[in-house]
Design a protein around this ligand. Sequence first.
Ligand code: HEC
Length: 226
Amino acid sequence: MKHIALLAAALLPLAGPALSQTAPVQTASWGPGADDAAFSRMLAASFKDKGIARIDRLTQDETQAFCSDPEAAASPAAAARRERIEAANMATVKWPSDGQWLGDWKQGEAIAQSGRGNTWTDKPDGANGGNCYNCHQISPAEISYGTIGPSLSQYGTLRGRDEETLKAAWAKIYNAKASNACSNMPRAGHMGILGETQIKHLMALLFDPKSPVNASPANTQPGPAK
Ligand code: HEC
């Protein structure tokens, strides 16, 4: 919320004589020195519950609060806090209950390419998409894709399929902040967006040698068929 204070600071000189340098110093209700509690109240008053989209989505957990606060991120204690936050997020990861990492890549592809779900028109028991396509290239055949995250093309081929690699990918999908406190990737398992079976399908998409992710780029070049 501090960036709002900075924006306000930039606007102040335009406000005219009432804010000249000789004006008495007051606690601002907005701008520099404004209290975040007032801003939070204003934010909460701007939204209401509708369907499954509840106002409690505005309540930040410790991870979100830390990552939204530039002063905390710049403080000398930041590195230690990031480590603590990552450990706390890692502790939330639920591993596959039957020890099987991989499901069906075809269903994984459908989940990865869907951003559907969690809006006020969705039903509480409806299955959500993973929204992966919005941030990642998924297969080498794609010519248009999100670039907020790294390409996942060739993931299993390049990374291999040993236990440690599978575990790291599972943890990334379940709770992305377990390995990167302020990751921009949503915490799909931890936030209840995806369930265990859906994560297994996504794992198969990343690791199954037959999945389009691991298709040979040479055979999937865009352009006219040769
Ligand atoms: C809002 C953007 C966003 C979405 C949606 C997203 N990711 Fe990510 N993802 C990222 C970013 C950014 C990174 C790199 C930073 C990090 O590791 O936290 C990343 C990293 C990863 C990695 C680790 C890559 C590596 O180098 O090993 C995997 C695997 C991954 N994402 C899979 C997925 C899957 C599967 C989905 C869908 C369920 C998904 N992501 C959804 C942004 C996103």
